[in-house]
Design a protein around this ligand. Structure first.
Ligand code: OGA
Ligand code: MN
Length: 292
């Protein structure tokens, strides 16, 4: 078996074929996938309907797994056999369609804001792998933006301004933006904010990148207003169409992305239709490298 790659966009993202993700990957194949990720940052594997156990095994080939926001709700009911499999769906723990005003649907909608998974915590996410199980008849695509291309395209004076700056990322910022404010003091304290450089160096490619997204709520050393406005301008810059790959899902797709150098968002769909995907995510264990 050998990995074949077909570019899907002129900057990043490729369709990957030639390997069977249901089987254990030997170390050279894991290395080949990592090398492809360093180059393309988003890999689309078609026709790979994985069982829960197969998805966990595939994900664990790339490092320890992250639990996302599940740690806010320890012991909460869920539908999967593994704590580390994240239920990206509008379906409640009992299998029924979740209510539109439920927290489950709010967090689904929060995924429609541009973000890098778990950038609100240390360690943040390295790779996420999302597997499509049930899809709505229309909508519900996922878009990815290339943060390396975004950095390269910034005017030199803005690159100079953001080099050396840090942003503070907070887990509940996106939820609060969407009006989901009913968290207890204990829950709010459970995931303290973290700081990440705005301009970083991507370990696998050595390229510079612009690390923005909805979890970033302020710039350290700037007033709240000035920092938020700059973050909003930078996010708008990073997500211009030229830097975006839009994935139209088919059941059995597995899409894998590098959260260190891309951001993503889901697109709207009819919440009366089921949309069910399963996510596994690895932790980013390398220290962030700031562009000084
Ligand atoms: C995710 C996510 C977007 C989508 O799974 O991390 O943000 O389209 N998903 O469901
Ligand atoms: Mn996400």
């Amino acid at each position: 078996m050998s990995l074949e790659l077909r570019p899907l966009h002129n900057l990043f993202a490729a369709e990957a074929s030639g390997i069977d993700l249901r089987e254990p990957l030997d170390p050279p194949l894991v290395q080949a996938v990592e090398d492809a990720m360093d180059r393309y940052a988003v890999l689309v594997f078609r026709d790979q309907p994985l069982s829960q156990a197969q998805q966990i095994r595939f994900a664990e080939s790339f490092g320890p797994l992250d639990l996302g926001l599940r740690k806010l709700h320890p012991g909460a009911a869920h539908r999967f056999d593994y704590e580390a499999l994240i239920d990206i769906s509008n379906v409640a723990a009992d299998g029924s369609l979740a209510r539109r005003d439920s927290r489950k649907v709010v967090s689904n909608i929060a995924n429609q804001l541009w973000h890098s998974d778990s950038s609100f915590q240390q360690p943040k996410a390295q790779y996420s792998m999302l597997s499509a199980v049930v899809l709505p008849p229309k909508g519900g695509e996922t878009e990815f933006a290339d943060l390396r291309a975004a950095y390269d395209a910034l005017p030199a004076d803005l690159q100079h301004e953001i080099n050396g700056l840090e942003a503070e990322h907070y887990a509940l910022h996106s939820r609060i933006l969407l009006g989901d404010t009913g968290y207890t003091e204990a829950q709010m304290a459970m995931i303290p904010p973290v700081r990440w450089p705005l301009a970083q160096i991507h370990p696998g490619s050595g390229r510079k990148l612009l690390f923005v997204g909805v979890h970033a709520r302020e710039i350290v050393g700037y007033s709240l207003a000035e920092g938020r406005m700059l973050l909003s301008d930078l996010l708008e810059h990073a997500t211009q169409r030229a830097f975006v790959y839009r994935h139209e899902w088919r059941v059995g797709d597995l899409v894998m992305w590098d959260n260190r150098c891309t951001i993503h968002r889901g697109r709207r769909y009819d919440l009366n239709e089921r949309r069910e995907l399963r996510r596994s995510t690895t932790e980013d264990l390398l220290p962030a490298r700031m562009v000084a």
